[in-house]
Ligand binder design. Structure first.
Ligand SMILES: [Zn+2]
Length: 264
């Protein structure tokens, strides 16, 4: 009798596990069906790949990933290994306001195409994979920060583009890392002209008064990690970092997807 009960219980458990498998089957078949209709494709060239959100081997090879040795302050790669040199001549000549910067790749080839795809072609499918690469490149900076703040756009530009790519990346990184994100901690209150072709002094002047912290999102004592898509001259990040530090932030660093390797 007892063994029959046990058998029944075991049989019931077996039925339950079978049922669970059947219940989870639609999800599995759903994924399989989606893969059949929309097979996972390379983010760059559209060639078939194993999983969604990746690059094919050929495109991966072309991404100018930044690897050591790089400048400890700016995160820019050294053209060749100087043998233990930690800070680039640029960082020594013009020390940045922010503590450190890191980027996934040089702003060239596929890395530049990915940034343009996100920014100008509404490729929002790029947000998650780009954020995952940024979280990996910025592991150290993320471990030292407790608040992510995207570099803001002026409202007129936000109105035209409808989204701030830096904010999308910051939200996605925060979702992956568990960090707090304050998308409106910093406001861009001045419409600045493009930085291209301006001298170092003109760039700084152009960005004077461009940012203002929102008192509704206090940064006092916080270790802030600024998030942006591209780090070019550092003038924008410097202006944003200066304003955050003046508002009482304990430290400010910068994490971007791409960076322009500066001429020595
Ligand atoms: Zn490809």
């Amino acid at each position: 009798m007892r063994s029959q009960q046990e058998h029944q219980v075991q049989g019931y458990d077996a039925d339950k596990s079978l049922m669970r498998r059947w219940l989870s089957a639609p999800r599995y078949w759903g994924h399989a069906l989606v893969d059949l209709i929309y097979p996972p494709s390379c983010l760059m060239c559209g060639a078939g790949v194993g999983a969604e959100g990746g690059l094919c081997a050929a495109c991966w090879r072309d991404v100018p990933f930044i690897e050591k040795p790089y400048c400890q302050r700016l995160g820019t790669p050294f053209p060749f290994d100087h043998g233990g040199e930690l800070v680039s001549p640029q960082a020594i000549a013009h020390p940045p306001v922010f503590a450190q910067a890191r980027a996934v790749a040089r702003y060239e080839g596929p890395a530049r195409a990915l940034v343009h795809g996100l920014k100008y072609s509404d490729r929002h499918d790029l947000v998650q994979p780009m954020a995952a690469w940024m979280a990996r490149a910025g592991t150290e900076l993320l471990s030292q920060s407790d608040l992510l703040v995207p570099v803001p756009l002026h409202w007129t530009r936000l109105f035209r583009r409808r989204f701030n790519q830096a904010a999308l990346l910051a939200e996605a990184i925060a979702a992956q890392s568990g960090h707090e994100v304050a998308a409106r901690a910093l406001k861009r209150v001045k419409r600045t002209r493009p930085q291209f072709g301006l001298s170092r002094n003109e760039r700084a002047h152009n960005l004077q008064g461009a940012f203002r912290p929102d008192p509704a999102f206090p940064v006092l004592g916080r270790s802030v990690l600024l998030i942006d898509d591209v780090f070019t001259t550092g003038a924008t990040a410097n202006a944003a970092a200066a304003r955050l530090l003046r508002a009482g932030a304990a430290s400010v660093s910068l994490l971007t997807f791409a960076c322009v390797a500066q001429a020595p």
